[in-house]
Structures are given as C-alpha cells and as structure tokens.
Design a protein around this ligand. Sequence first.
Ligand code: C2E
Ligand code: CA
Ligand code: CA
Length: 264
Amino acid sequence: FNENMLNMINWELEISASLPEAIKNHDLVAFYQPKIDTQPLKIIGGEALVRWKQSNGRYLAPDQFIPILEKNGQIIDVDYYIYREVFTFIHNHIIEGRPIVPISMNVSRVHLLSHDFLRYIKSLFDEFPIPPRLVEFELTESIYIRNSDEALILVNGLHEMGCKVSMDDFGTGYSSLNMLGAIPIDTIKLDKAFLKEDFSDNDKIIISSVIDMSKKLNMHSICEGVETESQIAYLKDAGCDEQQGYYFSRPVPGEAFDALLENN
Ligand code: C2E
Ligand code: CA
Ligand code: CA
C-alpha cells in the first residue's frame, strides 16, 4: 500500500460521489464524431462520445472515469443520460428541419446484467418520436463473447425497435469470429489497432479479409482511428464502407457537429 494507491482510491471515491451532481448540472456532455463515406466524401453518421466538463472548463476523457463507473454500476446512469441527450439532439433537429444523420451510442457491458436497457430505450422512443433508423448502438466485441445469450436478446430487442447494432472494437478480443455467425449484427467496426503508420503486406491481407467477410455476411464495415491519407486510400481500396478518425474530425460538441453537417 503506498501513496499512489491512496490517490487512486480517493480519485475513485471523488468520481463516484460527484457523478449525480454532474448529471444534474449537465456537466456530462455528448461530443459527436463524424462517420464518413469516402465515395463520394460525405458525413453519413456520427458517434456520441461522453466528456465530463470540469469546474476549470476542461474536459475529462472517458478513459478517466468510465472504468471506475463500470466497476460500481454507475455507468448505467451515464449511458442513460447520454442516450437522452442524443434523442433530444436528434428530435430537435427534426422539429427545426435541420440536417441530421444516424447517431450511434456506446453500450456498456454492464447493461447486459441489468435487464432494464431495452425498456429504457423504448421509453425514449415514446418520449421522442424519431425515426428508429437515426438511432444506432455500438456494443464492444467482448460483450458478445462473455454474455452471448444476453447479447442476443439485446440485439434482437433493438432490431425490433428498428435500430441498427454494430460490433465495436472488432479484432481486439479473441474468438469473436464465431460470434459473428450467431448474432445478427449489422456492422463490424474494425478497431483502430488494425491501422498502423505503414501497413505491411500481412496487415493488408488481414484488413481486406475482414472487410470481404463482412460483405459476404451482408454486414456493413467501418474502420475507426483513421489518421492518414494512406490509411484512407487503403481502406477505400479494400472496400471499407465507412471511415472515422481524427483525419476527418475529432469528436466535437453538438454545435460544431451541426456546422460540419451544414457544409456536408
Ligand atoms: P470507442 O467506442 O472505441 O471510441 C473510439 C475512441 O477513439 C474515442 O475515444 C475517440 O475519440 C477515439 N478516436 C477517434 N478517432 C481517433 C483517431 O483517429 N485516432 C485515435 N488515436 N483515437 C481516435 P474516447 O472518446 O476517449 O472514448 C474512449 C472509450 O470510452 C470509447 O471507445 C468507449 O469505449 C468509451 N465511451 C465513450 N463514450 C461513452 C459512453 O457514452 N458510454 C459508454 N458506455 N462508453 C463510452
Ligand atoms: Ca464506439
Ligand atoms: Ca475502439
């Protein structure tokens, strides 16, 4: 036991204790990162990513608080808050006649054990009557492996509501390949770990095989973490449907995302 561990424990306690107030004060903010179709170049979607606004005006990145909140279950409050923000965002665009694209939201593995998730999403659709095609969900690969029965219920439930589902972080776990046959997901999201500065021939074979496989399975493919022109060109060649990454845009606040959409 040392000072570092004490600091860590204090940080965890602080995060956990200040979350309810942060949610009430709207200090949690949804940022949006565009998803791009490269031919023709166009924003065809967005991903909502949570940020925590601090009293000094700076934003805390999800990696600094999500793992803590996943341990004690409070991530559910964060996700529900973000989902509500996203539904509100989409709904406002529709009411005001402004351009909008499908927005995807991340689903923590903790939801699989809570059984309340589908009911909550249904209640959002009751409250905000928006076309279900504008709402998508990203479930990280390891969810499907560790809780495949629960994952299947969740994916089927989302499909019944008309929402698309993707397998996020594809390629970071192991044995997710056999899950692809068992769970009817719509999109494979290749993890940024697939992308290197320079692709070796083997890297290229692996990426293009995953993309080919997704096509044969009638699934959509998207690659995250795209930062360079050579990555863009390669993914385009390999037939990847969509791309997402800093090269196109970092995750940005709602108003900045709107500006990107207006000039789309
Ligand atoms: P993720 O779902 O895999 O999201 C992709 C992460 O990669 C995001 O980090 C994004 O900002 C970052 N990224 C995007 N483009 C690039 C790029 O070109 N290069 C690099 N190096 N990184 C890029 P972020 O926003 O820090 O989020 C980290 C993770 O936190 C997410 O990974 C997701 O697992 C989780 N997360 C974020 N928001 C939420 C949320 O509302 N709910 C839940 N449950 N998890 C969330
Ligand atoms: Ca994601
Ligand atoms: Ca990822």
